[in-house]
Design a protein. Structure first.
Length: 205
């Protein structure tokens, strides 16, 4: 695979990614040798220019052959992303764009949060939007996450799926409500008895 750094907000960088499914993802054996890494963000490192990013990769050593994504029938290879339903659907609400007709594509899944939205970015990387929540954005910044978009009120950060718990602590994902259980026979009998008593009282008035 021809390695090319990720270009975001005027900087060039690499992400930690154990499977070989994107040109800017590197396995830990190579990523951990990159110069300029910060312990505050163990899954992303960026440089001022593309040349610096490529030089850092060259200094880190050869890249081993990774696991290629599967071929879906005769179609082209589809980049992998975190399947939010499989990974977090037992605990958190998973939603889709209301305009979608088919709701099975992992790329279209999202987790609504009290202070934003979490969605796949590719590979093992997720994105979290916390637009119009400056206080929340400041707390996420303090976690050391890479900021992909920074506008007047719009803020988007990238993070590794392994860091989901600490991001969730800040943005508060909406929890999935357990299915409502049917009433037991005893509960139904009690409801009927209460209804009969109420009818008798109303009839006596």
């Amino acid at each position: 695979m021809n390695r090319q750094p990720l270009h975001v907000d005027g900087r060039w960088g690499w992400t930690r990614q154990e499977r070989d499914i994107s040109p800017f993802g590197l396995p830990s054996s190579v990523f951990d040798k990159l110069p300029g890494r910060s312990p505050r963000n163990p899954h992303f490192v960026s440089y001022a220019t593309r040349r610096e990013a490529l030089a850092a990769l060259a200094a880190a050593g050869p890249i081993p052959e990774g696991v290629k994504p599967p071929i879906l029938g005769r179609k082209a290879k589809t980049p992998r992303c975190v399947n939010l339903r499989q990974r977090f659907g037992d605990r958190y609400k998973i939603t889709f764009d209301p305009a979608l007709e088919v709701r099975g594509d992992p790329w279209m899944m999202q987790i609504p949060c009290r202070f934003g939205t979490i969605y796949p970015h590719g590979g093992d990387i997720l994105a979290v939007e916390c637009d119009y929540h400056p206080g929340i954005a400041a707390r996420i910044t303090a976690l050391g996450l890479y900021e992909r978009q920074s506008g007047h009120s719009e803020r988007t950060f990238l993070f590794h799926v392994d860091d989901f718990a600490k991001v969730a602590e800040v943005v508060k994902p909406r929890r999935r409500h357990p299915p409502r259980k049917g009433r037991t026979a005893a509960e139904m009998a009690n409801v009927r008895a209460q209804s009969l008593r109420k009818s008798a009282i109303d009839g006596a008035k």
